[in-house]
Design a protein around this ligand. Structure first.
Ligand code: MG
Length: 259
């Protein structure tokens, strides 16, 4: 046997031993039994909190909330008949508890007698991480976007001034709508620069409108968003009392699951 033949024989033997090893694999070899996922009891409907959720508003009170501009003071929006209505005169409210990564469910309703147009028609917002008073943070826009024209990166389901929703899934005024959100908080390096950007997935009325988009930074009303000087840790979830003159909208069934 010459050198070439020897080499060929080695290759054949190696291939056949690999084939034998593959033949010896069993289906059990790729089946794992740990860690066992926790048991979670889902709600009766998609509005109801699963058993492991933190209920932020259950229709009764605002015990989980505080004024955003004056943390520690009770939230003064209006609670009646199981729903929460924006009090435009008192300002934004936010959760007492701070969050990093989470799944959020929130329902909102533009009143059927809504007036106004463009951004001045049922404007509110869910700040997925509040970075202080006013509108500091990352805003998922709430607005009447049922046949109401505005800039598309400011309509309902947009990440305000950053990401246009994939579709317009808005319902008419007077009907309850839902957002289901998966929020991954940004992380930062010691020097304050961003390590991994915030990411968000949003379903509006069960329809995907934001698919794991990477945010450019906290929301900026004027100018480009960036993470400059934005380093932060766990943060509250904030609801916006927008200063437009239209009739105030309402919220209900707000719950969150920490991830
Ligand atoms: Mg808004």
């Amino acid at each position: 046997m010459n050198k070439k033949q020897t080499l060929l024989l080695i290759v054949i033997l190696a291939a056949s031993s690999l084939a034998n090893a593959q033949n010896k694999l069993k289906h059990e070899d790729t089946e794992v039994y740990e860690p066992v996922p926790n048991v979670v009891t889902p709600g009766k409907t998609n509005s109801d909190a699963p058993s492991d959720a933190i209920v932020l508003f259950d229709g009764k009170n605002l015990d989980q909330w505080t004024m955003a501009d004056h943390r520690g003071t009770p939230a003064t929006w209006d609670v009646a008949d199981g729903i929460l209505t924006v009090n435009k005169h008192s300002g934004n409210i936010e959760t007492k508890k701070l969050f990093s990564n989470y799944q959020l469910h929130v329902e909102w309703r533009i009143p059927s007698n809504i007036t106004g147009s463009d951004q001045a028609r049922g404007n509110s917002g869910v700040f997925l991480a509040s970075l202080g008073g006013g509108d500091a943070g990352y805003e998922l826009q709430v607005l009447d976007s049922y046949k109401n024209k505005t800039y598309v990166n400011g309509q309902a389901g947009s990440i305000y001034k950053q990401f246009i929703p994939l579709v317009n899934a808005a319902k008419p005024p007077g009907e309850w709508q839902s957002y289901d959100v998966v929020w991954t908080a940004p992380t930062f390096n010691d020097d304050g620069t961003v390590k991994t950007p915030a990411r968000v997935t949003v379903f509006h009325n069960g329809v995907l409108v934001q698919n794991n988009v990477s945010l450019l930074g906290p929301t900026q009303y004027i100018g480009q968003a960036s993470y400059n000087n934005a380093k932060h840790g766990p943060a509250p979830i904030k609801l916006q009392a927008h200063g437009d003159k239209s009739e105030p909208l309402s919220y209900r069934n707000i719950w969150v699951r920490e991830l």
